[in-house]
Design a protein around this ligand. Structure first.
Ligand SMILES: *Cc1c(COP(=O)(O)O)cnc(C)c1O
Length: 426
């Protein structure tokens, strides 16, 4: 393993030109220290840095690469689409095909609008919810992340959490005060908020499995309770399935838990590693959007043919029978191995997993909320991250993120990961 010297040199240059040297904060490795590796190439479950080091990757571009890096079907689809023209700003058949697949797979979707990121999907879904209900307020949950639109940067997860900042300067108080952030898995807090602001809540938005404070599953009754409360209150329930869509199950977490939201946000996997997001729901709600209705939302590159081709190739591969069973058994194998090591050594850690997303928390757990996630020993996580990296295992560089198992991880890869954990402990 070389020392990452070339990465460090390039990163020094990058820091002069881009804030923190990156285009998305968590990439700067602020929580784990050291200089991030600049990645040159990926193949299957592996990435290669500019120093020629090879790593087994569990970041998977933060979720999209459920087939692994540079999957041949995706690469071919992208190349063929690009050769036909990269963008038209006009309707294309690929968009139709993707919309059909999304609506067929995800229970709550009758219609969708494609956008270019998860941020756009969530931001636009909230605008639609406010327009349809004529109400201003939104309820979210501490530690959930819904992209970086103003309304959601209140007690947000992911990079915001990793940076240790509560929200963001630049979000006007007049906007921030319309967002109520409540503890995850706390139905009683939602009930109280509905009582406090009767007729004012447009929507409750939730990650049906939280992935942006580390993996925190919904407690039994939490999602169905939200469904019931929002229905009673006349608010819309929005599932942010940007991570869980086509990961927790083919139909997303809503299929897994049997709770159907009014609106669903998608991203990540549906773009297969290229920029695609989507939001959708019942026809009657979606037809409030322009050009049918008055709610404006648009995008020059929305439904981009190259990005859509990558998404379609990915979803078609995921539609093959048995894929989600395979993912489940791979991730279960990894989680069982890690849990075994934790037990052997009596570590104050726990593994939380839903399907192919998991987190090793450096706290005994169970972790049910942001407050509990924040009990984690971040210094121990930092040492763990660096120790694993030194053995060629590339983990998310933050305690508050999910590891993603892909179809490209072999049993041997997963066992090697468990072995690296053991090795690091000495
Ligand atoms: C990643 C993520 C987003 C934001 O998606 P971008 O494509 O990064 O804008 C929104 N919600 C959730 C749950 C996410 O994990």
């Amino acid at each position: 393993m070389s020392d990452g010297e070339r990465s460090a040199r390039l990163f020094e240059r990058a820091r002069k030109l881009m804030p923190g040297g990156v285009n998305s904060p968590v990439r700067a490795w602020g929580a784990v220290g050291g200089s991030p590796r600049l990645l040159a190439r990926g193949e299957g479950a592996r990435v290669y840095d500019v120093d020629g080091n090879r790593y087994l990757d569990y970041v998977a571009s933060w979720g999209p690469l459920i087939l692994g890096h540079a999957h041949p079907a995706v690469v071919t689809a992208v190349a063929e689409a690009a050769a036909r023209g990269t963008s038209f700003g006009a309707p294309t058949p690929g968009e139709l095909e993707l919309a059909e697949l999304l609506c067929e797979a995800v229970p709550s979707l009758e219609m969708v609008r494609l956008v270019s990121s998860g941020t756009e999907a969530c931001m636009s879904a909230l605008r639609l919810a406010r327009a349809v209900t004529g109400r201003p307020r939104v309820i979210k949950f501490d530690g959930c992340y819904h992209g970086h639109a103003d309304s959601f940067l209140v007690a947000a997860g992911s990079g915001v959490l990793t940076q240790g900042i509560p929200g963001s300067p630049g979000v006007p108080p007049a906007i921030a005060e319309l967002t109520l952030s409540l503890p995850y898995n706390d139905l009683e807090a939602v009930r109280r908020a509905c009582e406090r602001y009767p007729g004012e809540i447009a929507a409750v938005i939730v990650e049906p499995v939280a992935g942006n404070m580390g993996v925190v599953p919904p407690e039994p009754g939490f999602l169905s309770g939200l469904r019931e409360l929002t229905r009673r209150e006349g608010a819309l329930l929005i599932f942010d399935e940007v991570i869980t869509g086509f990961r927790a199950a083919w139909g997303g977490a809503q299929a897994l838990y049997g709770v159907t939201p009014d609106l669903t946000c998608l991203g990540k996997i549906i773009g297969g590693g290229l920029p695609v997001g989507a939001y959708g729901g019942r026809r009657e709600l979606m037809e409030h959007l322009a050009p049918v209705g008055p709610v404006y939302q648009a995008g020059t590159l929305s439904g981009n043919p190259v990005a859509v081709a990558a998404g379609l190739a990915t979803l078609k591969a995921l539609k093959e029978p048995g894929v989600y069973d395979t993912l489940e058994s791979k991730a279960a194998l990894l989680a069982a191995g890690l849990t075994q090591v934790i037990r052997e050594r009596g570590l104050p850690c726990c593994v939380q997993r839903v399907g192919s997303m998991l987190t090793v928390f450096f706290t005994p757990g169970p972790v049910r909320s942001l407050t509990e996630a924040q009990q984690a020993d971040l210094e121990a996580f930092r040492r763990f991250f660096q120790g694993m990296l030194a053995q060629g295992i590339y983990l998310p560089p933050s305690q508050f993120e999910a590891w993603f198992v892909s179809l490209a991880h072999s049993e041997a890869d997963l066992e090697a990961t468990v072995q690296a954990f053991r090795q690091w402990l000495g």
